[in-house]
Each structure stands twice: as C-alpha cells, then as structure tokens.
Design a protein around this ligand. Sequence first.
Ligand code: GDD
Ligand code: MN
Length: 358
Amino acid sequence: MSTAISIIIPTYNERDNIIALVKRIAQALSNYEYEIVFIDDNSSDGTAELAESLSPKYPVKVIVRKNKRGLASAVVDGLGYVESEVIGVMDADLQHPPEVIPYLVKELVSGADVAIASRYVKGGGCQGWGLIRRIISRGAIFLAHLLLPSTRKVKDPASGFFILNRRVVANAKLRPTGYKILLEILMEGEFQNVAEVGYIFTTRSKGESKLNARQQIDYLKHIYSLMRRTGELLRFIKFCLVGISGILVNMGLLWLLTEVAGLFYLLSAAISIETSVVSNFVLNDFFTFPDRRLPGSKSFFSRLVKYNLVCVAGLGVNMGVLWLLTDVFGIYYLIANLCGIAAATLWNYTLSTWWAWK
Ligand code: GDD
Ligand code: MN
C-alpha cells in the first residue's frame, strides 16, 4: 500500500492512446499513490492538451518541450519533474501493458534497485514480430552485450519499460542519444540488484511508431558514446596495442632463436608464438583488464589457460579467413591476411571479455 510512484511517459503524437493509457494505469495502480508525468515534444495532434484535460480527474502532469525531440532525452528531462522515490518509465502507445507495473514494484520492494519489464526472460516476448525484426532486436542487444560488458547481466537492456529507485539516477550524468534510456541508466546509474519481469510487447493498435533508420544509427552512436565515457573504448584500444606488442615479441624472438641461437626455424616459431601469447596475457592482465583480475595464483593460471585456448582458436580464425579470401575470393594473400588479423583480433577480444576475463 501507498508506495508513491512517479511514471514518466514520453509522448510524440499519441493522442489516440492517452485516455486508454491513463485509465489502465489508474486501474493497475489503484492500490498505490502515484503520478503520471507526460513529457511531450510539442506534438501536433493535441496529445498534450488531451492529457492536460485529464488532470482534474487523474494525477497527471504534462510538460511540453518546445525545442527538443527525443525519447531518451525526454525521460532525462522528466526526472527533473517527478517527486517520488520510485520512478517508472514506459511508452504511451500501450505496447507496454500497464498491468505489469505492480509486478515491477514488487521486485523493488523485495530488494531490486532496478526492475525491468523484459521481452527476453521467461514469460516475455514480442507479439506479431517477423523474423527480420527479431533479428535486428537480438542483434542490437548482442552488440550492447559485446561492447558494454556490464550490461551482460541484463537480458533486455533495450527495454523502454522499467522502474527504479531514485537513488540509482540521483548522481548519474545521463547523456543518452536516441531511444535507449535504460542502456544509459544501466551504464551510468548506481545500483546493485537488477530484476527482470517477463512481459509481452504487444502490437500497436493506435498511432504510429516513430522508430526509423535514424534511431538505429543513433543506437550505434549511443553505444559508441557509452564506450568512450565508460572506458570500454580505451580497453579495446589497449587490447589492440598489446596485440601489436605481441607481434614484435614473436618476430624478434623468432629472429633471435633462429639466427643467433641457431635453432630450426619451426622450433623457434613454436617457442616465439607461445612466448608472445604469454607476454600478451601478462600485459592484458595488468594493463587491459586490471578491474577484472581476480586475486590468487589459481585464477591467474586459469585465465592464462583460457587465454591460450582463445588464441589457438584465434589462430584458426586468422588462417580460415586468410584461406577463404585468398583461395576462394582470389584476394592478394597479404591483404587477405590483414583481414584475417582483424577477424582474429575481434574473436580474441570477444572471447577474452566473455570468458578469460569475465
Ligand atoms: N517526448 C518524446 N519525444 N517522445 C517520443 C519521441 C520523441 O522524440 N519519439 C517517440 N516518443 C514516444 C512515443 O510517443 C511513445 O510513447 C514512446 O516514445 C515509444 O515510441 P515508439 O515509436 O512507439 O517506439 P517503439 O515501439 O518502436 O519502441 C519502444 O519500445 C521498445 C521495446 O520496449 C521504445 O520504448 C524502445 O526504447 C523500446 O526498446
Ligand atoms: Mn511503440
């Protein structure tokens, strides 16, 4: 009873959804104290006026932004207008069923800092989505998981439907681009426990989606901006620098062992390859992943073994791409090898962050 909840709802031309939305929220939250804060970007269809007209009967506030556009930035601005300790965010178009909100609140009450309505946990899904849309959505989330490792514990970091405790965002510098406000909060907010509640993202029955190619590009820009701000870009650059140092170690030692020590060149190569893998490992452990290093010699060796296996497979990737581009596509072998190195670097990085330095 009486947990106060503020629900922020960004709107752009959602007139036909507003009444049903407010009624369903009122129904779903009849046991709670709540307010609904619409952040409308000066819709031309009278969304703001209609929402405002509901305010005598329902706890509705309407903020109109005259000079800005954007879902995520509307939510950030909305944070400045809400009063409760518990803050929710959802869409206006009823694709996010308001009936899910009490389940999210329950998760908060039982200790979560952020509770996400999720399409990708048990009980979740998307109504009426074709294969292409599914692939794009999954691909977008895969990219976030790959490039922003701390989002990996969340199955649906692209959800636009969630609630959180105010303290999660109280000191966060939120600078999102585009649609994905949750991604921004997961990267910049302060929290311990995240819960996900399955829900079905229903089809839109009224009005039109504002999602277009522009938002897809904004999504990539947003991920890049988060990578820069959170140091993940720097980490990838360090990983590449270590890789380059490994090439120098490998070549230098190969020359030394063959020319100076007089070993058979293939034996020299085996020794220098393994030495460069080990030197890469040590450098990455201290320089690239200092925050993921678990103390203790046992875990040091398990990381070393994992990294070694990753590199062996990476060698396979390199040679596979080299062969494919040279033999099958007829590309000059030195150019093909550059592509092979690039592919192997991506492979090594992905597996290193996913496994060796989890
Ligand atoms: N203020 C404001 N400004 N609101 C906007 C803008 C804008 O520029 N663009 C869209 N909105 C509002 C819409 O009016 C709607 O309430 C909500 O944001 C979602 O917009 P849609 O265009 O319907 O987005 P979608 O259905 O493709 O995607 C939504 O659902 C996904 C799944 O949960 C978004 O919330 C995504 O972030 C989310 O991943
Ligand atoms: Mn929608």
